[in-house]
Design a protein around this ligand. Structure first.
Ligand code: SF4
Length: 304
């Protein structure tokens, strides 16, 4: 697959036959399922490694090996052995795991996650009520412990850390929840925070945000957080005309990809933008394979 936010990726699904997850998110693209805290069905490491070797022979130029699941990949009981065996054969290819963060407060999982080159952690809400409503976790999973786990992980981790927030209309897009998320995110150094919304038919009857609502939500976070809008499918065109100053102000608040800007700006604005790029007022910067645009003067004050 070719991921919008990462490069060319080879996926490993650690629960290919059934959904096994410690959450039962309202927005899940898989069918609803009662949350579980361990896998009852799992594929052996040898089998996965043999398939990976064969796939790497056919696709030697992939950027990432992405570990994921129909559910939560950290529930896979041999994850530590698996990452070590992948490391032994992956060469220059980077490993990436996509997790819902629920097990990050478990010391064994924490140590295993440290071994991945890239980790993407989901954090949809920080208040216990909203967290429970959206992510519907298995009993005993506590958002405060998850947040502490993410903060501790961000301090120790040497690889590329990404966070993701998925917005559900009327739940975690309120001013209060965004302010609470913003305050937690300030304590988590990371490479990028992807804001997304529902792109595919959800497990339960909930709605995503429109592209303009997502854009408005993004603008409520502090401008120095590395926030990027990651959702596309839900994007309806909301092209508007912007002056030069408005273009610079928009990109000052939030760097955008050309794809984002083509949804936001009308044709005349895109032409104006091209002139700003030619003049050097707007510059591009690469973040993990995606080119983002921002005012030249912002480069030096961008958060690492
Ligand atoms: S964490 Fe992922 S797989 Fe699990 S219920 Fe939520 S969206 Fe579905």
């Amino acid at each position: 697959m070719n991921s919008r936010r990462f490069g060319t990726s080879l996926g490993i699904d650690l629960s290919p036959s059934i959904k096994q997850c410690n959450f039962d998110c309202l927005y899940c693209e898989l069918a609803p399922a009662y949350p579980v805290t361990s896998q009852t069905v799992h594929v052996g490491v040898d089998e996965i490694i043999e398939e990976l070797k064969a796939a790497l022979k056919v696709h030697p130029d992939i950027d990432d090996i992405t570990v994921t699941a129909n559910g939560e990949p950290t529930l896979y009981p041999e994850l530590d052995t698996l990452i070590e065996r992948i490391d032994a054969i992956k060469g220059e290819t980077k490993t990436l795991i996509l997790t819902n963060s629920a097990t990050i407060d478990d010391p064994d999982t924490f140590r295993t996650l440290l071994k991945f080159d890239q980790v993407k952690l989901s954090l949809d809400a920080v208040s216990p009520e909203v967290f429970k409503k959206i992510d519907r976790p298995a009993e005993g999973i506590d958002i405060a412990a998850i947040i502490e786990g993410i903060k501790a992980f961000s301090q120790q981790y040497k690889g590329d850390l990404y966070l993701e927030i998925l917005f559900v209309h009327g739940l975690n897009d309120t001013d209060d929840e965004i302010a609470a998320l913003n305050s937690v995110l300030r304590d988590i150094p990371c490479k990028r925070i992807d804001l997304g919304t529902i792109d595919r038919p959800p497990a339960y009857p909930v709605q995503g945000l429109s592209y303009s609502e997502l854009h408005a939500a993004a603008a409520k976070f502090d401008a120095d957080l590395p926030i990027h809008i990651a959702s596309r499918t839900h994007a309806e065109s909301c092209q508007s005309r912007y002056s030069d100053e408005e273009i610079v102000n928009t990109l000052d608040k939030r760097p955008l990809s050309m794809e984002d800007m083509e949804l936001l700006f009308d044709e005349a604005t895109i032409k104006r933008l091209q002139k700003l790029i030619e003049s050097g007022k707007i510059v591009s910067e690469n973040s993990s394979g995606i080119t983002f645009y921002l005012p030249a003067e912002n480069l030096h004050r961008k958060r690492q």
